[in-house]
Design a protein around this ligand. Structure first.
Ligand code: UT7
Length: 310
């Protein structure tokens, strides 16, 4: 049995904060942010909208798009580092709000690689035949752990949610291979201490190396080569990091998803948000080989090669 994606959803708060807005608040410039990161604007949720609210909207859309009812879900996994509170988890809050009566629920924490960890966890249950439908949500309200006085980090992040339903798909479709990894020795480069603290240069070096390597590794594991890739969905942290992965795969620019200019770095949400938008734009078609790859605090990383379709 193969596990694949059978439905997608996403939600972004309406409030847009542009680089020009940030220029007014701190010692930065639109030119610096654009040229160093590719970010032009980001969405910031209002105070009355917490992580679970963002998650619910994306989840409900993914369930509808999968053509199932919430009662059919066996498991809810929420990848986030910004839950409403430590417990009850966002996944349990969703279980109630969605009416997913039979679903088990847990949050998992692997920072920006969290969505990759969630998909791989779901795949194990589905391919073992234990569970049929798993909802995976990548969601962050990073604005609540952003130090708005620290220009090194404040310009980078945004809020948002992306969700998928995974379930059994036909032979040859779905997840073909994956890689997950972690390196706790790099924990000191990106962590939360009230607010996000980051050594940007160290994270950058790690990310450039890891994004390319993991992408190549999942292709090899799937018995594929660079030429087979139809679409790359990298974690949307910085256009320069994304470009390095694209170049490693020797892909033309139109085969890489880019949403970082609109939404900034939404951590665990960035890959499913981008997937949703590429599908909506008709850029990913049945049978396409799609590589998703992410990295984040921990340090953590994860990549998946999949063949699109049910
Ligand atoms: O999901 C994972 C999350 N983290 C990441 O993906 C971060 C990875 N790292 C990066 O994306 C980049 O390292 C940054 C975008 C964070 C920084 O870019 P950089 O090219 O590595 O710049 P830098 O850290 O080397 O800083 C260059 C200069 C510094 O000034 P000095 O010391 O050279 O005088 C910074 O103080 O840019 C300054 N700077 C800024 N200037 C204007 C740092 N932030 C800003 C800012 N506006 N917002």
């Amino acid at each position: 049995m193969n596990a694949g994606i059978t439905g997608v959803g996403r939600y972004l708060p309406e409030n847009v904060v542009t680089n020009l807005d940030l220029e007014k608040k701190m010692d930065t410039s639109d030119e610096w942010i654009r040229s160093r990161t590719g970010i032009e604007e980001r969405r910031i949720a209002n105070d009355d909208m917490d992580t679970s609210h963002l998650a619910y909207r994306a989840a409900a859309e993914a369930i509808k798009n999968a053509g199932i009812s919430a009662e059919e879900l066996d498991l809810i996994l929420v990848a986030t580092v910004t839950p409403d509170q430590p417990f009850p988890t966002v996944s349990c809050m969703l279980q109630e709000q969605l009416g997913a009566k039979k679903a088990a629920a847990m949050d998992l924490s692997a920072a920006c690689a969290g969505f990759m960890y969630g998909m791989v966890t779901a795949k194990q249950f589905i391919e073992a035949g234990t569970y049929k439908y798993v909802l995976i949500v990548g969601v962050e309200k990073l604005s609540k752990i952003t130090d708005w006085n620290d220009r090194n980090t404040a310009v980078l992040f945004g809020d948002g949610a992306g969700a998928v339903v995974m379930g059994p798909v036909s032979d040859g479709k779905g997840v073909l291979s994956f890689e997950l990894g972690s390196d706790g020795t790099g924990g000191k480069y990106l962590y939360q201490d009230d607010y996000i603290v980051m050594n940007g240069r160290e994270v950058f070096k790690f990310a450039v190396r890891q994004m390319g390597e993991s992408s190549i590794n999942v292709l090899e594991k799937a018995g594929l080569s660079k030429e087979d890739v139809d679409f790359l969905i990298p974690h949307q942290a910085n256009i320069r990091i994304m470009e390095s992965a694209r170049q490693r795969l020797e892909l033309p620019i139109e085969k890489m998803s880019k949403t970082v200019h609109k939404y900034g770095n939404t951590s665990a949400a960035s890959i499913p948000i981008s997937l949703f938008e590429e599908l909506e734009a008709g850029k990913i078609k049945d049978g396409d080989v799609v590589v998703m790859v992410g990295f984040g605090g921990g340090l953590t990383w994860g990549a998946i090669a999949m063949r699109w379709g049910k």
